[in-house]
Design a protein around this ligand. Sequence first.
Ligand code: TXA
Ligand code: MG
Length: 334
Amino acid sequence: MGIYYDMKNKINEEELKKVANGIKNGMVALLPTETVYGIGTNGLDAEAVEKIYKIKGRNLKNPINLLVSDIKMVETVAQDITDIEYQLMKTFFPGPFTLILKRKKIVPNIVTAGNETVGVRMPSHPIARKLVQYAGIPLSAPSANISGRPSGTNLEDILEDFAEQVDFVIDGGKSNFGLESTIVKVIDGTAHILRPGAITIDQIKKVTGSVIIEDAELPSNSLKHYQINSQAILVYSKNSSKMIDKITELSKNYKNPVILSCSENFNCYLNNPVIDIGSYQDLQTVSKNIFSNLRKAEKLNPDIILIEGFSKDGLGLAIMNRLLNVCNHHYIEL
Ligand code: TXA
Ligand code: MG
């Protein structure tokens, strides 16, 4: 296994510098960020980036974003940045926000999958941020999961998949947001949301005036994501008793159903294993634990996972976006 560093409670600067130096030289690290864990290396080194594609089993047509430590570093990899793009970066960096910009030639083709654009994100997690700072180069760091699987939001969920293939493992405890960043591309002055995340539409509208939700634009959207080892159905109604009744009725068609329920409805499912995914009034907690809860559910070897949905307001949009993928759009709204 790669060298393990426990930084759950305390950051060790000297060790981080060692890892950063390794990354600069093309080594690979499993690292915590505030959204989800990343698997990172030198984003300007094509050979190193190729290793990441191999380890993840990632399709070479799916570009990888770069983690940066400041706007100066953005300017080394992107050009013709417009006022509105600067405004977005100033407002949402550092944080769970990725901006797609026009690339400079220095960015290897493998990172952009041949596109003329490059995604940049400045993480707020001190470990991720310092690693980039100490390495002095942008890190190509996609989410730490085998391609097509849910992202890893704590080491226990992903260590098995990666331990033998990475040089360093940094344990930073649980990811704070638990969902990947919001991705935005500005086209003709309008912000297009390519992937919803913790930075919400309303927050972006305050900066840009209007937004277009366009998740069909993501290069990876023709690929399957967030797949688990079980069929799943997502059910939502504003009226919770309708939702509970539908899930109860569906559960009768299966031998081993597992239900993912919000805390409020947890006691309404008496005959089946139920996992409490958090209160619908506290979507931050729901998002923080959602991928872990899905992994917990699949470990019970169900023949179906029935999932309560949420209203698509605020953070609910990003949660529902991931759950719809988990269910392969097997969705019932009442
Ligand atoms: O929060 C996050 O963004 C996490 C953490 C680790 O930073 N990273 C992450 O990376 O989610 P990844 O590779 O799993 O997802 C990035 C998405 C992919 O769907 C990819 O297609 C899209 O961003 N993307 C990357 N570069 C792009 C580009 N130049 N144009 C459009 N989409 C791009
Ligand atoms: Mg991913």
